[in-house]
Design a protein around this ligand. Structure first.
Ligand code: NAI
Length: 333
């Protein structure tokens, strides 16, 4: 059986890979992939990685030296992978573009509703036997404007869910989908017209810190900001300022720009905590979840199935359909 190095392995990943895998000897490695850990893949031609692995030049060179020919991301995003370097080194990189977009879109709406109606605060209060309603009021979502930034797979589902709530949906995307039945607007217009702003676009050099001081300045004071995409789409310090000065009503974050090493882990023992994250978490109008948008059975089984299919395609000598590196012929088969 072909050995596969599986980095940043968590029990919830293993359940689905073990259920669906019949072909490979999967070496589950708890550590995240980086230049320091890449040598754990020695003897494997394939390495499986996740969103907070550091698949940079040094890691890729080390993987290559250790015999790895393909890196399979268990995610749709690949901002943590130096794809150009992988191309130069002849390493194939695949992603999982198509696992349940519903899981993330539903999580975005769950965060929106919880934040709007202060469910997180009600839950904490009632555990103290405090049944007061003071300060817990929200607004109806019906008739409000949902502004979606990025109308790809997830953004589209969120648009449909939002319409189901009777919301007016507007969107910004450099590649609009005219069949979606939403009104596309300029980004600055979306900022000023939306009651809820949901980030559903990839992190690129262009989109990094797209929610900056200037963006928050344009928003309605009642706006809710929801980020289930990638942390660095938001300038976290600017967000903290906007929340503390009442520029916006609240924020719900499933991702954070410095989440690596903290999210997905029990960091409760850590004293050296990220200051901005600590301050954000302490605010009553902020909800943070630990990058769990993908955490449904459907998404996890979809991820495992897609990675295993890419492995099958690779080991049978074809370029996996989900490759984001240049297509090439495999001389080794
Ligand atoms: P997708 O590739 O189907 O759609 C992305 C859309 O964003 C495209 O329509 C694209 O044209 C648009 N876009 C690109 N640059 C943009 C910009 N600067 N401004 C506005 N729109 C822009 O991607 P999908 O599957 O919808 O995923 C979106 C993002 O969600 C991923 O890039 C990933 O970062 C994040 N994600 C988060 C998960 C979680 O567990 N929280 C799980 C899966 C994905």
């Amino acid at each position: 059986m072909e050995p596969i190095a599986f980095f940043d392995a968590k029990p919830y990943d293993q359940v689905w890979f073990d259920k669906l895998n019949t072909q490979y000897q999967i070496r589950y490695i708890g550590d995240r992939l980086s230049a320091d850990t890449a040598h754990y893949a020695r003897g494997c031609r394939a390495a499986v990685a996740f969103v907070n692995d550091k698949v940079d030049t040094d890691a890729l060179i080390s993987l290559k030296e250790n015999g790895v020919e393909i890196v399979l991301m268990r995610s749709a995003g690949h901002n943590n992978v130096d794809v150009a370097c992988a191309n130069d080194l002849g390493i194939t990189v695949t992603t999982v573009p198509d696992y349940s977009p519903h899981s993330i879109a539903e999580h975005a709406m769950a965060l929106t509703l919880a934040l709007n109606r202060n469910i997180h605060r009600a839950y904490a209060r009632i555990r103290e036997f405090n049944f007061s309603l003071n300060g817990l009021n929200g607004v109806d979502m019906y008739g409000k404007t949902m502004g979606i930034i990025g109308t790809g797979r997830i953004g589209r589902v969120l648009a449909d869910i939002s319409k189901g709530f009777g919301m007016n949906v507007i969107a910004y995307d450099p590649f609009p989908n005219m069949n979606l039945g939403v009104k596309y607007v300029r980004l600055d217009e979306l900022f000023s017209a939306s009651d809820v702003i949901s980030l559903n676009c990839p992190l690129t050099e262009e989109s990094r810190h797209m929610l900056s001081d200037q963006a928050f300045e344009r928003m309605k004071p009642d706006a809710l900001v929801i980020n289930t995409s990638r942390g660095a789409l938001i300038d976290s310090k600017a967000l903290l300022k906007a929340l503390k000065t009442g520029r916006i009503r609240g924020a719900a974050l499933d991702v954070y720009e410095e989440e690596s090493g903290v999210f997905f882990e029990d960091a409760s023992w850590k004293r050296d905590r990220d200051d901005v994250l600590s301050l954000l978490i302490a605010l009553p109008n902020v909800i943070v979840t630990s990058h769990q948008g993908f955490l449904t059975d459907e998404a996890l089984s979809g991820i495992a199935g897609s990675v295993l299919t890419s492995l099958d395609q690779f080991f049978s000598g074809s370029t996996p359909e989900s490759a984001i590196t240049e297509k090439k012929e495999y001389a080794h088969v």
